[in-house]
Design a protein around this ligand. Structure first.
Ligand SMILES: Nc1ncnc2c1ncn2[C@@H]1O[C@H](COP(=O)(O)OP(=O)(O)OP(=O)(O)O)[C@@H](O)[C@H]1O
Length: 505
């Protein structure tokens, strides 16, 4: 004879926080124990091996239904993806949980984004955390389900093989409060936290904010109204009017793109020295067309699949921007890179052997490749509905792979250069409210034909004078003095160069 104690613990039922423990004791003899276990084993085998799957499903359904009758809990499931796109609520909840519920958690997931000073916490898969709202205890669980066919929730291969969701459990009697008060509260809080913690150069022209994918956080949610317009842009007026015409023509040609069977997209490459207005032009384009801007930080995308997923979450009437494309992963010229590597190798070994092309430049944790980006730019865009622009900016267009720049991918290459006389007039009008009649204007314009000064540098002088309370005249004096100084410096440098050449000879 033996004493057997069976203890079933941890199952939560009824009001959360109360653990019910069922203990029972029974005296059984050894033979009876043996036959009980043998019977259980037989039933298990029969259930698993002999019953058809339909009956399995029916029995599970009955069991779940039975459990639900004794269970007072209600559940809400928030899936990471709905049929076609990222579920914004999922990202918002992760932002909220990271800020409010994970201080004492045993395990948290940390992600550091480029423009945030601190890492952001979120709930890792298979973990649980708790919250309380107006006295209502709430449980959050992060659930992962593997997709049997290796595709994602939409059934497309571009979706991840795992299906992530967040499960929210609370007592049935709080159903109304949770749905109509708690969820909106979570959204509001997430929005506030996202705005406070990011300072990305991203602007949206629509009031509804977008929550970034919590893991990659590239589609930043910050609504930011950028004041730049085509009228405030200090660029050559002919170029400015040409770009504006091109854009308006593009957005008005839906029927044309449909007729010729091409996706309604256009690619711009903006190149030129830093501070010549590439970002300002993007903002002016977004303001002109009332498009949203998605700022794509390629080095933070960890795979081509993630890149495709990001694309799927963009909306029509949007501009996808890759800033400083020459610094982004593998977008640089493969032929040049191969040649440089070969030269380096030959210099070391003295051999003249051919080296295979590297599969991909891995920048940190990212494995996004050139072909991934090219697919991103054309193939996948053709499946998206609505007009879209893609804009690449770079200070070094010669470093970009020609494949990236061919027509159809980058339809226009726009060079933004140093401040010319016309651009200077725009800046003087905008910042100082002075026109052509100003006594310094002629000299400034003549100097600008000889010296290199970016619009950003001119704007900085004007801003500094304004901050110090000096008037427009003082600002014009300052900028002319700065131009004269540069002219002298350039002259001195060329004299030195000539002297050096003479000495060399
Ligand atoms: N063409 C311009 N017209 C009006 N303002 C300009 C222009 N270029 C620069 N600025 C001013 O200088 C600041 C910096 O310019 P912006 O960021 O647009 O330059 P950028 O070419 O994108 O520089 P980077 O290559 O460093 O990203 C802007 O906030 C704007 O005030």
């Amino acid at each position: 004879m033996q004493n057997i104690e069976l203890s079933l613990r941890g199952g939560r039922s009824g009001e959360l926080g109360e653990f019910h423990r069922l203990c029972f004791r029974h005296r059984l003899d050894d033979a009876a124990i043996g036959s009980v276990f043998a019977t259980l084993l037989f039933l298990r085998t029969a259930y698993r091996d002999f019953l058809p799957p339909e009956l399995h499903r029916f029995i599970s359904f009955l069991l779940r239904d039975l459990m639900a009758r004794f269970n007072n809990n209600a559940k809400i499931v928030i899936e990471e993806y709905d049929a076609s796109s990222h579920n914004e609520l999922y990202g918002a909840v992760q932002i909220y949980l990271g800020a409010h519920c994970l201080d004492d958690a045993a395990v948290v997931r940390l992600t550091k984004h480029r423009d945030s000073p601190l890492p952001a916490a979120s709930l890792p898969a298979y973990h649980t955390t708790y919250d309380s709202f107006q006295g209502i205890p709430i449980e959050w669980k992060s659930v992962v389900v593997a997709q049997a066919d290796g595709s994602g929730p939409s059934g497309r291969s571009s979706r991840p093989a795992e299906h992530h969701s967040l499960k929210l459990t609370f007592h049935n009697r709080h159903r109304h409060a949770v749905r109509s008060l708690y969820i909106p509260h979570v959204l509001e809080e997430a929005k506030r936290i996202a705005i406070a913690s990011r300072q990305r150069r991203l602007f949206t022209n629509r009031a509804d904010t977008i929550y970034g994918d919590d893991r990659r956080n590239l589609w930043s949610p910050v609504p930011f109204s950028h004041p730049s317009t085509f009228d405030t842009l200090a660029i050559d007026p002919a170029l400015r009017d040409d770009i504006r015409r091109d854009l308006l023509r593009f957005v008005g040609r839906r029927d044309y793109y449909a007729r010729v069977g091409r996706s309604w997209k256009r690619g711009y490459l903006l190149h030129g020295p830093p501070g010549t207005g590439k970002t300002s032009l993007i903002a002016a384009i977004a303001n002109l067309l009332e498009f949203d801007v998605y700022d794509l930080e390629l080095t933070a995308v960890h795979s081509n699949t993630a890149l495709r997923r990001l694309l799927a979450s963009t909306t029509p009437k949007s501009v996808v921007v890759i800033e400083d494309a020459d610094c982004s992963l593998d977008l640089t010229d493969r032929k040049k890179k191969k040649k440089n590597k070969q030269d380096e190798k030959n210099a070391k070994t003295g051999e003249a052997e051919e080296e295979p092309t590297p599969a991909s430049d891995r920048s940190g944790f990212s494995t996004v490749s050139l072909s991934g980006v090219l697919n991103f730019v054309d193939g996948l865009w053709s499946s998206s509905v609505g007009e879209r622009l893609m804009i690449l900016t770079t200070n070094h267009p010669e470093r970009l792979d020609p494949a990236m720049l061919r027509p159809g991918r980058m339809d226009r290459k726009i060079h933004l250069s140093y401040c010319g006389p016309e651009a200077f007039r725009v800046l003087a009008r905008n910042y100082l409210e002075v026109g052509e009649e100003h006594p310094r204007m002629v000299e400034a314009e003549e100097l600008l034909r000889e010296v290199e000064m970016t619009p950003a540098e001119v704007a900085e002088v004007f801003m500094r004078c304004d901050a110090e309370g000096e008037g427009a005249d003082a600002a014009m004096d300052e900028v002319v003095i700065e131009m004269r100084r540069r002219k002298q410096e350039a002259a001195a440098a060329s004299v030195e160069e000539i002297q050096g050449e003479c000495q060399g000879n």
